[in-house]
Design a protein around this ligand. Structure first.
Ligand code: AMP
Length: 221
C-alpha cells in the first residue's frame, strides 16, 4: 500500500499517547494531530483561546464545537486523508467520533489502538511529565532535555503543564471513564479496535505498536 496509515490512539492521559504518536508519525511519515497540543499553543489572545484555556486548566473537556473546528481546519489544510495520520487525544466523545466518521467519509481508519495502562501508573507518570511550550514535545523529569529545560527540538521552554495539577488530573481521569472509554465499544463494534499494553519502556511499547500497525497494513488491505 502506498498511502500512510490512518490511526487513532486512545488511552488515559499519561498512557504515552503523545510520545508514541510522535514516533509513529516519524516512522510512517504521517501527520500527527494532537488536539491538546494545538489547544495549548492557541495563544492569539482571542476570547476563544482564553475560554479553551479555562476548560483545560480545570481538567474539563473543551466544547466539541471548538475542537471539531480545529480538527476540520487541520484536515482541510493538510493532505492528511491521503498522506495518513495519527490522532492523539481526539476523538474523546461519542459526538467527536461520529463527526470524525463524517470527515473521513471515503477514507476510513485502518486501526484504533487502545494504549492500556493502569491508573496507578499513569498518575505516577503525570507527576513527572514536562512539555515544551512551543512545539509540544513531551519530556519527563527522568528524561529531561539535554540543556536546562530547553527543548531539544525547537529551543522552547519546557515546563510542567498547567493542567497537571492533582485536581485537574483526577477530573480528566473521571471524564476519560465517562466520555472516552465508551468509544472503545464504538470502535470494537466497528471492528477497528486493538488493545496494546502500554507498560514498559518507550521502545518496548513502540515495537508493539508497530507490530500491530504493520499487521493491519498487510498487502491485502
Ligand atoms: P491532552 O494533551 O490530550 O491531555 O489534552 C489536554 C486538554 O485539552 C484536555 O484535558 C482537554 O481540556 C483539552 N482537549 C484536548 N483534546 C480534546 C478533545 N478532543 N475534546 C475536548 N477537549 C480536549
Amino acid at each position: 500500500m502506498s498511502r500512510g496509515p490512518r490511526l487513532v490512539l486512545l488511552g488515559k492521559q499519561g498512557a504515552g499517547k503523545g510520545t508514541q504518536a510522535e514516533r509513529l508519525a516519524e516512522r510512517y511519515a504521517i501527520g500527527h494531530l494532537s488536539t491538546g497540543a494545538i489547544l495549548r499553543t492557541l495563544r492569539d489572545g482571542s476570547s476563544v483561546a482564553a475560554e479553551a484555556r479555562r476548560f483545560m486548566e480545570a481538567g474539563e473537556l473543551v466544547p466539541d464545537g471548538l475542537v471539531l473546528q480545529i480538527v476540520e481546519e487541520r484536515f482541510a489544510a493538510d493532505d492528511l486523508l491521503y498522506s495518513g495520520f495519527v490522532l492523539d487525544g481526539f476523538p474523546r466523545t461519542r459526538n467527536q467520533a461520529e463527526a470524525l466518521d463524517v470527515i473521513l467519509a471515503a477514507h476510513p481508519l485502518d486501526v484504533v489502538i487502545d494504549l492500556s495502562v493502569p491508573t496507578a501508573i499513569v498518575l505516577d507518570r503525570i507527576a513527572g511529565r514536562r512539555v515544551c511550550l512551543e512545539c509540544g514535545t513531551n519530556y519527563h523529569v527522568n528524561q529531561p532535555p539535554a540543556s536546562d529545560w530547553t527543548c531539544d527540538r525547537c529551543g522552547g521552554r519546557v515546563v510542567q503543564r498547567d493542567d497537571d495539577t492533582e485536581v485537574a488530573v483526577l477530573r480528566r481521569l473521571e471524564l476519560y471513564e465517562q466520555e472516552t472509554e465508551p468509544l472503545l465499544d464504538f470502535y470494537r463494534d466497528a471492528g477497528l479496535l486493538v488493545t496494546v499494553d502500554g507498560i514498559g519502556t518507550g521502545d518496548e511499547v513502540f515495537r508493539r505498536l508497530v507490530q500491530v500497525i504493520d499487521g493491519h497494513l498487510a498487502p491485502s488491505s
